[in-house]
Design a protein around this ligand. Sequence first.
Ligand SMILES: [Zn+2]
Length: 578
Amino acid sequence: MAFFLFLEDCFGYMLLVKRRFQKQEHCPPLITFGFGRPSALHHLHRFNHPAMRYLLFVFILVLIHVTSFSQDRVKPAPLVKDGDGPYTQLIIRGVMLIDGTGAPPIGPTDIVVRGNKIERIQTVGYPGVQINPERRPKLEPGGKELNCEGMYLMPGFVDMHGHIGGSQAPIAEYVFKLWMAHGITSVRDPSAGNGLKWVLDHKALSAENKITAPRIHAYTVFGQGSKAPIITADQARAWVQENAKAGADGIKFFGASPEVMDAALRENKRLGLRSACHHAQLDVARWNVLNSARAGLTSMEHWYGLPEALLKNNTIQNYRPDYNYQNEQHRFSEAGKLWTQAAEPYSEKWNKVMNELLSLDFTLDPTFNIYEASRDLHRARRAEWHEDYTLPTLWAFYQPSKISHGSYWHFWGTEEEVNWKENYRLWMIFVNEYKNRGGRVTAGSDSGFIFQLYGFAYIRELELLREAGFSPLEIIRSATLYGAQALGREKEIGSVEVGKLADFVIVEENPLQNLQVLYGTGAIKLNDNNEVIRVGGVKYTVKDGIVYDAKKLLADVKKIVDEEKAKSGFKLKQPGIN
Ligand SMILES: [Zn+2]
């Protein structure tokens, strides 16, 4: 999300400012740094007086501090083994299998895993009929059986938009365990906000199962680490090549000049890497989703840039006259009026744009959940998991602020929420129809902003896909196989098929009947004795043949939160209440 823009801005401008300070040269025009976001530091070129230079020096020290914090701020995950396995042979007995391909549930099924791979999938009976033990796969000496009779098993979930914390959640273990506790066994980190080296180190540790974490895919923010602003096609191509050499899996863009975007996207595609783009407002008038898709972008994040490709009476979003992009309430409230400026659903223009995106095999990663507070702030801020699982720093970051990006609740009320409800309605029609015409839509959360918590927000994303019109089986496919396809990893992960890696989500309740059973806090149910109970919550997350007790992972998260609360005496309070 936008917070990384801020940190990246600090980093980029620090380099520029530092060079300028050393050379005492007159500043060149500050035009772009990768994603072309203007900065509050723009005025620094006037600092030529000696006293002002001293102030500048102090300011640089502060920036260096901010920068080193932005690069190392997230505490690395501990080298602790929380799961059991892998086993020479693991037999998961008696599950109802939802394999991720779109096939309907089938069970009872036994699944045999050897090491980290699925070796055999066998249907072993019929509902309501005693299972004949002779017909079941045999346990070998040294093998392990996991009795999951009556439970539901799905492929591990892919979170296509997972930032690994940040200053607001500076503990990798916290983020990883919230994901793993919700069945997320693969994430794409869109920005590599902790620095590419940090992310690649954790990717390797996760691949070796030395830390408890999903499989990681690092998409570096375009321009990250560049010594100079990227303003030409040659510079763009050079950066893309460096990024590939450094081992990144792809690039996350926010927008840039058409020349730079075109060159970078084409070069990245030529190298066989994937890409994601949050089409930020500052560049979207000259480069929208269609431009990106034509140049080779593989997935769009959120929704910005799509209504702009569909505008009907204008060529630029119709902003309020006093609009200022630095004003978060302006940014989000005007965004809430954007879809009504787009061509009507099923109109000629709407169809044309959709069909072109489809022809380019373009992936939509809507991250519906991350904007949900825009249409229902009350719901987002009162979510019951905040009490036990939200870190004090994260809670502080969510609060209304003129400085924190995405904390746009300056005076957010009925009018803004009603606009956003209409925004969602039109957006959801597009996304659902895109799926109906054969398009790939994935599930991504973008947690850590706007009252959305890691793991929990991913399940909310699944619920919002349901609201958009996806059937439960279509949702599971988006969360698994389609995510794997978008990452280019569908040969290894994304469905429960022989030969693929053993990444599973196992839950005691039927997620197709109620997706809320996947929330760590479970779903509310009245039992036969008229007592209110909680059911569900993921039971086991299996990654690479290793079985994790998902509820234990969640308990570890609560412990981390409790410790952080104890340090500061934190009590969770709603905004404006003392
Ligand atoms: Zn993001």
